[in-house]
Design a protein around this ligand. Sequence first.
Ligand code: LLP
Length: 429
Amino acid sequence: MICDNITSTNGHLRFAGRDTVELAERYGTPLYLMDEGRIRHNCRVYRENMDRLFPAALPLYASKALSCKRLYEIVAEEGLGTDVVSPGELYLARSAGFPMEKVFFHGNAKTDADIAFAMDCGVGYFIIDNPDELQAVERLAGERGIRQKALLRLTPGIDPHTFEAVSTGQVDSKFGIPIETGQALPFVARALELPHVDVQGLHAHVGSQVFDSQVFDDTADIMLRFLGELREKLGYTAAMLNLGGGYGVRYTERDPVVDIAGELAHVADHIRRRCRELDLPMPAILMEPGRSIVADAGMTLYTVQSTKVIPGYRSYVSVDGGMTDNPRFALYRSAYTVYLANRMDEERDFVCTVGGRCCESGDVIQEDVALPAPRRGDVLAVCTTGAYNYSMASNYNSVPRPPIVMLDGERDYVAVRRETLRDLAAREA
Ligand code: LLP
């Protein structure tokens, strides 16, 4: 199986030890399942290893991967901070009682209203993206008579060789201020002059779904070298360095298994060595994992509605969800592992494209999937959907969004209820 929280007994697929066919019957489909134990395990891998490897460290859960109140509660209980990118994520975190001092507020286009809301919530840190935002944060913090803690987002000029839309660290990026062009130094110098901005350090993020350790080594090198330059030219020593998110996860057998503990040990070693060479005190290290906290803790269940064989072309299997609950194939052609949950013991000799229910041909969940020839009523499972599925879901075609059901040992509970037809009309005049 693609992940060790997935097994099969008596022809039925089990997830987090639970029979998925029974869960589909009980809660209906489409259905997002989340394995609470796996989320907690993934949080601990980051927290325990980072605590052990660095003199000071804090993993921040990147809530864009999946934002709902229950998740913020779990992440807070596991001792992580969180990064939010909108007032919406911040509002959900606050509603869940997330400790505001451990919230880092991201975004390259924060409005005055966003900034004011975040300050009034008592957000711990702003991650300031650009000089316009810097001025706005200074003004709004001044109005409140506070000194707002902040990190400054820089682009280290690294291409992580992943899909273009999820790369952010290259010089040509809408995020951050580039080091290579000489713009970063005056940006930091300006921030250090401001009375209401308390610059705690720097932030860099190069991309998502990264498998190559070299990418993190290179990012750390560039950022530490720049910290050295700041000390030399501005007499400034940063307390924090945030290296962004991004260890990749295994969607199919073709993806490697990532040893996160090993990767963290490697990058910690590298950072320690560089700090010694540069004679820099080791800053507190932050990271912002999103995908690797929740992806393999998720699975989506659908019910097959039709099978169509077009001789000489291809076969289509259509299910009761699709790009509205998982737009990742449509957007990035992302690979997934797919099973027929109620017929796990049968031969997988039928190759097909799994399509959704939306009125557009691009509504595809996966191509070239081998399954036992599906029949109407079969339960189809798509694995590793915990990240960037619910958080990217839409109401296209006025399709209501599925619920999130959490699995915790023998217990299962609804963390987010299914959207209803009435919800769809709720905001209309
Ligand atoms: N920090 C920052 C500043 C980010 O931009 C991101 C992801 C993360 C952390 C979390 O990265 P992760 O650990 O999840 O790889 N919708 C796309 C992914 C976009 C990621 C954007 N930034 C997808 O479905 O693949």
